[in-house]
Design a protein around this ligand. Structure first.
Ligand code: SF4
Length: 180
């Protein structure tokens, strides 16, 4: 029902330029949730999150800690429709779309959330800090049902493709998430 609601949503202006709203993808009984920012061009076209080079890198990162998108992980974005030109989402778009992600978290009840990139981390945790400041430790997110879920912050795979020297830090983050 929630998926159908998102696919038909017109609650903010981003519905006007989208080809597909991107609800999320992965295991229905997921141990982890992976949360990114918003769909890019390929995601908008396919209706799936984290496809293309970033998606392949994310899948390889997850495989390195024994996790797979099909079996263990549900992947979603904070914003479900593509902002034009991949601009940053506006506050009113975040306000309109954020409740969908919180509902997904409540329904999926993941053991762990891995949040990728500065925008997604700041939005989910409600803070205004850099990735450098947020990564390397466990945060707690209070779900709508009151449950506290550990959150690990790491780099977005698109950034890692541009800055491969940061992959060692991303590996540390994955290990923290896997043991945390
Ligand atoms: Fe609805 Fe979110 Fe898409 Fe806006 S971005 S139209 S709130 S699904």
């Amino acid at each position: 029902q929630l998926r159908e609601q998102v696919l038909a949503c017109t609650a903010c202006g981003l519905c006007q330029g989208r080809k597909h709203a991107v609800f999320g993808d992965g295991a229905q009984t997921a141990r982890w949730m992976v949360v990114g920012e918003a769909p890019g061009q390929e995601e908008d076209r396919s209706g799936l999150p984290f496809v293309g080079r970033s998606g392949r890198l994310l899948d390889a990162m997850l495989a390195a800690v024994g996790m797979s998108r099909e079996r263990d992980v549900f992947i979603a974005n904070v914003i479900k429709c593509r902002p034009p030109g991949n601009r940053n989402p506006k506050p009113e778009e975040i306000a309109a779309c954020g409740p969908y992600l919180m509902r997904q978290i409540t329904l999926l009840r993941p053991e762990r959330i891995l949040v990728l990139g500065r925008f997604a981390a700041q939005t989910l945790l409600g803070v205004d800090a850099s990735i450098a400041n947020l990564r390397g430790r466990l945060h707690q997110l209070k779900a709508d049902d009151g449950r506290e879920i550990p959150v690990v912050v790491s780099y977005h795979p698109a950034y890692l493709l541009r800055s491969p020297s940061e992959k060692a830090r991303a590996w540390q983050d994955l290990r923290l998430a896997a043991k945390g």
